[in-house]
Write a protein that binds this ligand. Structure first.
Ligand SMILES: [Zn+2]
Length: 252
C-alpha cells in the first residue's frame, strides 16, 4: 500500500489558467485539487480489499474521525432558528457522502414568510444558509412584486443523490453526491396557487427570471430552463467551489 509522502497535503501547483474568466467558467476547466475539502476526503477514503487503489498524485489521504464533525454554520442556524433541520449521521457511500449532513425541513428567515420544503431533503447547513438569504432578500420580495402574495413552500426535487452529473455514467460526480445542491420544481403561494419552473406564462415567468438571477451569489451554481435539456423544468442551485479563490460563479 503506498504511503502518503510528507508533501501529500500540498498538491503540485496546477497549471496557471490563461486568464480569469469570471462569467464564462466552464465546470470542468476550473476544478483544481483542494487542500482540505471534505469532497477529497470522501473521494480518497480507502476501502478494504485485495487490491489497494493507487492514489493519484496530489490527492489527500485522510482517516475519518470517529467523532461527529462540528459545523459552525449549523450552530449559527440553530441559534438564529432561521432554518428548521435535524442533524444526520455522516454519509459515506463510495465517492459520495457528506461529513455534516442535515435533513432540511423549512427556511424561516426573520421578518419574512417561512418556506417549507416539500419534501424535506438531505443537504448541508451551508445550503440552508444560502436559502435563508435568497428567500429573505429575493424570493419573498419578488413574489410580492410579481405574484401579489408570498411563497409558503416549494417542491424540492433533489437533495443528496449519489450519482454523476445529469445521471450520465462516467461524468464527474454531481454536487448532489456531496449533499451540496438542491433542485426546485415549483413554488407554492400562500393562496395555494403554484408557479412552475419552466412555465413560459406570466406573471410566473418574470418572477422566475428575477429569483433565478438573484440566486447567483448566494449560490455559486444556478442552472434552469435554457441551461441544458435536463434543467428545463427545475432550478439547480449548489455551492460548488470553483476557480482560484474557490468562489467563482457559474450561472447559465
Ligand atoms: Zn440538481
Amino acid at each position: 500500500m503506498p504511503q502518503p509522502r510528507p508533501a501529500a497535503l500540498k498538491p503540485p501547483p496546477a497549471l496557471p489558467e490563461p486568464k480569469p474568466k469570471p462569467k464564462s467558467l466552464t465546470e470542468k476547466s476550473v476544478e483544481k485539487p483542494a487542500e482540505a475539502e471534505p469532497r477529497n476526503e470522501e473521494a480518497t477514503k480507502e476501502k478494504p480489499g485485495p487490491e489497494p487503489t493507487p492514489v493519484p498524485p496530489g490527492t489527500v489521504e485522510v482517516e475519518f474521525p470517529i467523532e461527529p464533525v462540528p459545523d459552525p454554520i449549523c450552530d449559527a442556524l440553530e441559534t438564529s432558528k432561521e432554518a428548521e433541520f435535524e442533524r444526520l449521521p455522516r454519509l459515506t457511500e463510495g465517492e459520495c457522502g457528506a461529513l455534516t449532513p442535515i435533513r432540511l425541513i423549512a427556511i424561516r428567515p426573520k421578518d419574512s414568510q417561512p418556506v417549507v420544503l416539500d419534501p424535506p431533503i438531505t443537504t448541508q447547513c451551508a445550503i440552508a444558509s444560502s436559502l435563508v438569504t435568497w428567500v429573505r432578500d429575493s424570493l419573498q420580495p419578488m413574489a410580492l412584486k410579481h405574484l401579489g402574495e408570498a411563497i409558503k413552500g416549494f417542491q424540492s426535487t433533489g437533495g443528496y443523490q449519489c450519482r454523476p452529473r445529469n445521471h450520465v455514467a462516467g461524468a464527474k460526480m454531481s454536487e448532489h453526491a456531496k449533499a451540496n445542491a438542491i433542485d426546485i420544481g415549483y413554488f407554492q403561494q400562500l393562496s395555494g396557487k403554484t408557479v412552475k419552473v419552466g412555465d413560459p406564462t406570466e406573471p410566473g415567468l418574470a418572477f422566475m427570471t428575477e429569483i433565478r438571477g438573484k440566486a447567483c451569489g448566494p449560490f455559486t451554481t444556478v442552472l434552469g430552463p435554457g441551461s441544458d435539456p435536463s434543467h428545463a423544468e427545475h432550478f439547480h442551485l449548489d455551492l460548488a467551489k470553483r476557480g482560484r479563490n474557490k468562489n467563482a460563479l457559474y450561472c447559465k
